[in-house]
Ligand binder design. Structure first.
Ligand code: CA
Length: 297
């Protein structure tokens, strides 16, 4: 099986990056992932002012996927995620939901034993997820720290083992990359980091030809989530709601008014994160109500 080293990575999503590996549809591939801090904080004594912020949030790739072209949907099956036995969580003044408060930059090393992460005396079951995952935009560079329509720094807790992600493809081969593993994160990612950890992911790609979603979609066991990012959290909720209502209109042949009414009953909104350059939310709709095709343009 092809294994891509964590050394082969990028700090932006761009059509100008040369692929580091090529895969066929259906061919499993392993990506090694560096932690989001670039392995620069392995001790609580590391002076955080020495962090090189140009070396954070590296995404392994890009991978060229054969048979995938502009205008298609890239399907990413997350078959497995394994993480190292310790990670790090950071607070940095000026960052996170309490960015305006006064506090010290601090790092905490979090040990992971038998699937449990220990924050001081509190043990939490880990649920490893991929924070940054995406494809190249049509033009320009999007830094890996930014979430948007191409994916990127989504920091969505549902992007975990067993999930299927649908990404809109803007360039031939998709130029897929992923990084920023979290051993555990809660919705919001309030302090700006979660348990940042290195590890490996096992993926398999597939395609839907000639149709794509406007925003990334995650499929879980029982629902689809539309992942929307915007500078403004309220605006992100508005766009996610509109997309969910449009999917219901299409799937159920309901009017706008009926679909909008139903959104209060059958569409759940959750916050992915409030700490990245764009804020992220998800609108969740049961798979009993819609199919993936109702979410494609
Ligand atoms: Ca992140």
């Amino acid at each position: 099986m092809k294994i891509v080293s964590k050394d082969r990575g990028v700090y932006s999503f761009s059509s100008l990056h040369k692929p580091v590996e090529y895969v066929e549809l259906g061919e499993p591939i392993i990506l090694e992932i560096e932690d989001a801090v670039g392995g620069q904080v392995r001790s609580e004594d590391t002076p955080l002012e020495r962090i090189d912020w140009n070396r954070v949030n590296k995404a392994t790739g890009p991978i060229y996927i054969e048979g995938v072209e502009k205008g298609d949907t890239l399907i990413v099956d997350i078959l497995d995620i394994s993480v190292a036995s310790e990670g790090v969580i950071l607070v940095v003044p000026g960052a996170g939901a309490l960015a305006s408060k006064s506090f010290e930059p601090k790092a905490k090393i979090v040990k992971i034993r038998n699937g449990v992460a220990w924050f001081k005396d509190v043990g939490l079951l880990i649920k490893p997820m991929i924070g940054t995952i995406g494809v190249a935009p049509e033009r320009g560079h999007i830094p890996t720290g930014v979430p948007y329509k191409h994916g990127g720094n989504l920091d969505c807790i549902e992007v975990c083992k067993g999930a299927r992600l649908y990404l809109p493809v803007s360039v031939n081969g998709a130029l897929f990359a992923a990084g920023d593993l979290h051993a555990l994160q809660a919705d919001g990612e309030l302090c700006v980091s979660s348990i940042e950890v290195e590890g490996k992911i096992l993926l398999r790609f597939n395609v839907i030809k000639n149709r794509k979603p406007e925003w990334p979609i995650v499929e879980t066991e029982d629902h689809y989530s539309i992942l929307v990012s915007d500078d403004d959290l309220d605006k992100a909720v508005e766009i996610a709601t509109e997309k969910a209502v449009q999917a219901l209109m299409k799937a159920k042949k309901w009017s706008f008014e009926e679909s909008y009414m139903f959104s209060s009953l059958g569409v759940r909104i959750a916050v992915n994160q409030v700490v990245d350059p764009k804020k992220g939310v998800r609108a969740m709709i049961s798979k009993n109500l819609i199919s993936i095709h109702d979410l494609l343009e």
